[in-house]
Design a protein around this ligand. Structure first.
Ligand code: SF4
Length: 145
């Protein structure tokens, strides 16, 4: 599977998720983006990492900052996700209570399987934490140039 095909396939999974009849309303409070606060970090499959990296490159950047406050590196200082359209599955099914709490795994199991299948087709070895996954993907794309 090519990276472009993977990006399309992962975005199709995200679109399918958005169509599920589940009540959720992310109001971009960004509490779940503050990993030190929540003690939780999203994990990404390789295809998701391609989508996030592509969204990050679209902002004109290729390296990832390391915020000293332990927040997500994609959270802008003004408090907005800078890759919102390409944010990972975990950020879309998050545990934010204000948005409705976590999705039940049974509701999204099929979508998770699709992401895992894409990961395997890309030669991935399962989900990695956000920072590690993005560093690998961006380093690989720099080497490929
Ligand atoms: S990718 Fe965006 S939505 Fe997800 S934790 Fe980071 S800033 Fe928040």
């Amino acid at each position: 599977m090519t990276p472009i095909a993977a990006i399309q396939a992962v975005r199709a999974v995200y679109a399918e998720l958005a169509c599920l009849p589940l009540q959720r309303s992310c109001s971009t409070l960004t509490e779940c983006c503050r990993f030190r606060l929540t003690g939780r970090t999203p994990y990404l499959t390789r295809g998701e990492s391609f989508v996030a990296a592509s969204a990050w490159r679209a902002t004109g950047r290729t390296s990832i900052p390391r915020p000293s406050d332990g927040a997500c590196p994609f959270l802008a200082t003004h408090g907005r996700c800078q890759i919102y359209d390409g944010r990972p599955f975990g950020c879309r099914t998050h545990f934010c209570h204000a948005a409705g709490g976590p999705y039940r795994r049974s509701d999204v199991r099929n979508l998770i399987r699709q992401l895992e299948t894409i990961d395997a087709q890309l030669g991935g070895c399962g989900a990695m934490n956000l920072l590690t996954a993005l560093q690998h993907t961006l380093a690989a794309s720099r080497q490929a140039r």
